[in-house]
Design a protein around this ligand. Structure first.
Ligand SMILES: Nc1nc2c(ncn2[C@@H]2O[C@H](COP(=O)(O)OP(=O)(O)O)[C@@H](O)[C@H]2O)c(=O)[nH]1
Ligand SMILES: [Mg+2]
Ligand SMILES: [Zn+2]
Length: 289
């Protein structure tokens, strides 16, 4: 017996997958398919009681992150939308958000910013930065996992395709998943509070089907996120507001640092591009400087 399915969780040499009739099975992963990730479309074979994943279908895209000085690591495949979750606490790292937006734009996938814990006050600085993202065309949805009334706009945005929640540990990703999926009871911070300090509550990315349509992946928290290293010339395409000025610099291969006649630098000086976003760009083009 054989068929096709979607990987919903990956652990060691095994994975959980959902078949075409939504049945979940535990399966062995062939060693040559060790790059398998959640979201992958797969072919399986069944012999006796055992399921074996035998092939990975070509991927539409792959969300990958870079470890500090380390190798690239794949998080999930075939993603339609990335939800970048922030909260007043733990305080948002906006450089991390900009890095994620670069990755999402180049994948490509849709990006939506979710501001969770709206039951806590926002600082004026954070309010300003969130407005800046909205002005760039990124939707910002305010939610509180403690206030179920606040969730329908989020559920609405998740209706189509596969979304993945990404954000620092503790912003409420798993709590949101638990609220969106009534019969889910995934462990959140409280439950693991007695566990060793610093341990991640969500240890493996997991894919869930939402009652109102769509699918969502809850992922472990990320403290720092750097896009997989690109050619220096590619980063400029990860910043949506640069588009308007590209091609107007004096040098066709301008990297928008110190070059004379740079249209991007000019736009920063004129307040058309935010200083903060420009610094995020420079940090990617000149790492370690
Ligand atoms: N006040 C408040 N607390 C929340 C909210 N969402 C999550 N939390 C709390 O934040 C902590 C971390 O939540 P968790 O879902 O484990 O975060 P994750 O690491 O992003 O998955 C837990 O104590 C949650 O109860 C919210 O909207 N408001
Ligand atoms: Mg979690
Ligand atoms: Zn330039």
């Amino acid at each position: 017996m054989s068929g096709q399915g979607t990987v919903i969780k990956r652990f060691g040499s095994e994975a959980l997958f959902e078949d075409e009739s939504r049945q979940v099975h535990r399966a062995k992963v062939r060693r040559k398919l060790s790059h398998l990730v959640v979201g992958d479309r797969i072919s399986y074979q069944k012999s006796g009681d055992e399921f074996i994943i035998s092939a990975i279908q070509p991927r539409r895209n792959l969300l990958t992150r870079q470890y500090f000085r380390g190798k690239a690591r794949s998080i999930a495949a075939n993603i339609d939308q990335i939800l970048i979750i922030t909260a007043p606490l733990p305080r948002a790292d906006w450089t991390l958000v900009d890095n994620l937006l670069v990755t999402v734009r180049l994948m490509p996938a849709r990006a939506t910013l979710v501001r969770n814990k709206s039951d806590h006050p926002d600082t004026p600085e954070d309010i300003g930065i969130l407005r800046e993202y909205e002005a760039l065309g990124y939707p910002v949805i305010h939610t509180s996992a403690r206030q179920p009334d606040s969730l329908p706009p989020l559920a609405e945005r998740l209706k189509d395709g596969l979304s993945v929640m990404i954000g620092q540990s503790g912003v409420g990703k798993t709590t949101l998943a638990n609220q969106l999926i009534p019969d889910l009871d995934a462990p959140t911070r409280e439950i693991s509070e007695n566990a060793e300090l610093g341990q991640h509550t969500t240890s493996a990315a997991t894919l869930y089907t939402l009652p109102g349509g769509g699918r969502i992946i809850d992922s472990p928290g990320i403290r720092d996120f750097t896009p997989t290293p690109l050619e220096k010339q590619e980063y400029q395409h990860g910043f949506v507001e640069f588009d308007h000025w590209l091609g107007q610099c004096q040098f066709h291969n301008c990297l928008h640092r110190q070059e004379p006649g740079c249209a991007i630098k000019q736009a920063v000086e004129n307040g058309k591009i935010s200083q903060r976003r420009y610094q995020s760009y420079l940090a990617l083009v000149e790492p370690g400087d």
